[in-house]
Design a binder for this molecule. Structure first.
Ligand code: SAH
Length: 375
């Protein structure tokens, strides 16, 4: 079992033992991370030589010796000499320096110990010029965060987050990071969208690296688009890190393939709330081989039932209601459209409704049981 680490390496000394192509790959990653790089090797690849000439890295020509460890934060060993790698591993261990042993085998690289070197997704802003990363947190299971999302979170000065972000994800954020909750609850908006936009702008204008963290994917029913429009209008630099949306996360953890050649050839994602009305948008043109997923639909179960049946969907169509999907408390209730209101009444929020023939597969493909799976 390895613990993945995100290292802040800006201006920190990193020793790369080896001058081969693997070393060159690592050097590029370390350069992106802003590290101070010393390479020790008797020979360098042409790419590394060029970097040494441009003084982007320093080259200590010759074999590794323990004297080079002084002041190092991280050592990356890429040599093909197993005995030397073992020596580096032992010596870094006793000096309490993180070490990654990478070996070239044929054309593929093998990592023996893992130290994840993530390039900074956000550049250190020049004074007064902050930036915002709009980051998707996925549906709940912290393991579904992307590496980019994690990297942004760990570099943020301030995180503005929704209520939908799970405690497990909070646990990954450095306790010293400033946190502003802008959670919205159905029918109870603690912070208005306008206020959130203003906060994002003012935080970035004060020079901070701001992460706007949203459940699922920030651009799927997450108002992320509106926030980006406000940032663009204010001239704030921004980037977007997509996340796993509730439909894919919940369906996967419930054992429901959203499409399947025998059951569904298309998929639509629908919100139970629109900006101007508290009922789902008018549903037209539904085909029996389509999977329909409703976000924010619990309170609208009656309307959803009415609209679907009015659009010609049989009330015997299988439906699933997934509460707290991908989390330990996930609960999946399966029935037919006729029972939708009852299923929704019993569900815990947040919940997703899946309507379509694919739901039949849940019975045989259901695999998730918290704490008992490989993942
Ligand atoms: N941007 C988010 C959706 C925000 S709308 C995304 O891409 O997933 C909020 C709705 O998403 C909730 O009302 C619910 O319908 C759904 N949702 C989010 N997380 C969920 C979860 N863990 N389980 C079930 N539904 C979830």
């Amino acid at each position: 079992m390895h613990l993945s680490l995100v290292c802040h390496l800006r201006q920190r000394l990193c020793l790369v033992a080896g001058g081969n192509h693997l070393a060159e790959t690592r050097v590029h990653q370390l350069l992106q991370a802003g590290a101070d790089i010393l390479v020790c090797a008797s020979e360098l690849t042409p790419g590394l030589s060029a970097l040494a000439e441009q003084q982007q890295i320093r080259w200590n020509q010759g074999r590794y010796h323990s004297g080079l460890l002084k002041g190092c934060w991280l050592v990356v060993a890429t040599t093909s000499d197993q005995t030397l790698n073992n020596q580096i591993s032992r010596e870094t261990n006793s000096a309490q320096i993180f070490c990654e042993i990478s070996q070239q085998q044929g054309s593929s690289a093998v990592l023996q110990t893992t130290a994840t070197v993530l390039p900074p997704e956000m550049n250190i802003p020049s004074p007064g010029a902050g930036e915002v990363a709009l980051v998707g947190a996925g549906p709940g299971d912290a393991g579904l965060l992307t590496l980019k999302a994690l990297s942004c979170l760990q570099q943020a000065d301030v995180v503005l987050a929704d209520r939908l972000v799970s405690d497990d994800i909070w646990a990954l954020i450095c306790p010293a990071t400033e946190y502003i909750s802008v959670g919205k609850q159905c029918g109870r908006h603690s912070t208005t969208q306008q206020q959130i936009n203003q906060l994002l702008i003012s935080q970035a204008q004060s020079g901070k690296r701001v992460v706007r963290l949203k459940g699922g994917d920030p651009l799927i029913f997450g108002r992320g688009g509106e926030e980006l429009e406000a940032l663009a209008a204010a001239g704030i630099r921004f980037s977007v890190v997509p996340g796993i949306t509730a439909a894919s996360g919940c369906a996967a953890y419930a054992g429901i393939p959203l499409t399947h050649r025998d059951y569904a050839d298309s998929l639509r994602l629908i919100t139970g709330h629109t900006k101007h009305a508290a009922s789902p948008p008018f549903l037209s043109g539904i085909s029996p081989s389509q999977t329909t997923v409703f976000y924010m639909g619990l309170q609208q179960a009656g309307d959803i039932y009415q609209q679907l049946t009015a659009a010609g969907v049989s009330d015997q169509t299988p439906v699933a209601v997934i509460g707290k999907g991908t989390r330990r408390e996930q609960k999946v209730s399966v029935g037919i459209l006729h029972e939708l209101q009852q299923l929704c009444k019993d569900a815990a929020s947040p919940a997703l409704i899946i309507v379509g023939e694919v739901v039949r597969l849940q019975h045989s493909l259901n695999w998730f049981s918290a704490g008992q799976n490989l993942i």
